[in-house]
Design a protein around this ligand. Structure first.
Ligand SMILES: [Zn+2]
Length: 213
């Protein structure tokens, strides 16, 4: 059975083959397949063979103080525009992150004064294409404002601005090909592969738990 307990499904999504299973709350059987009718997490009782969905309310919009994951779309001297894809909930430790996909991405602005470090131009510390963890500070204007003035906040995945190679985090971000340091406002959670992959799955379908060593 391809059924994965706890995985997140959307309305209309096939959960598994219906054979030998009972369709519970939030599911229907269509052409021999169990299909979800709501957004939520798959549950399964081995004894009764019942499959049901625990509904979740997928956030449409983050709230003030939420942590969010997004991609830098453009950077000027004083303002960067960031497309937000996920809301982040921190688990037991800051390195145990639960990422909840938003129904639709939305736009946020980062001002140079919200960087937590001094620089003459925002574009020296953030580059287009960088993946950022930030915090929402205002939720009643559009685009919303975000800040990265904390150790956990900042760039979590970035490529070299010269050659495009993924940057490695040593003391600072470093390009192994050009053999040079790149300046960024880096997050303690920097991890190129994990965060870049998350953004690549532009329409994330699962409730993701990322564990970083
Ligand atoms: Zn390079």
């Amino acid at each position: 059975m391809s059924l994965e307990e706890g995985s997140m499904v959307f309305p209309g999504e096939i959960i598994t083959n219906a054979e030998g299973l009972k369709a519970g709350r939030g599911t229907v059987t269509i052409n021999g397949k169990l299909v979800s009718t709501i957004t939520g997490f798959v549950r399964f009782n081995k004894e009764t063979r019942l499959v049901w969905i625990d509904p979740i309310k997928q956030p449409i919009f983050p709230r003030r103080n939420d942590l969010v994951l997004g991609e830098v779309i453009s950077v000027g001297n004083s303002i960067a525009n960031v497309k937000i894809w996920f809301i982040i909930k921190i688990g037991k430790s800051p390195r145990n992150l639960k990422l909840i996909p938003l129904k639709k991405p939305f736009s946020a602005n980062l001002h140079i004064s919200q960087l937590g470090v001094r620089t003459e131009s925002l574009s020296k510390m953030i580059k287009t294409g960088d993946i950022l963890i930030s915090r929402i500070v205002m939720d009643y204007t559009l685009p919303v404002n975000i800040v990265i003035n904390d150790k956990l906040l900042g760039v979590v995945a970035a490529r070299c601005s010269t050659c495009g190679t993924p940057l490695i985090k040593k003391k600072e971000l470093f390009c192994p090909k050009c053999n040079k340091v790149e300046s960024r406002k880096v997050s303690e959670l920097y991890n190129y592969e994990k965060f870049m992959n998350l953004i690549k799955i532009h329409k994330p379908k699962r409730y993701l738990i990322v564990e970083l060593e």
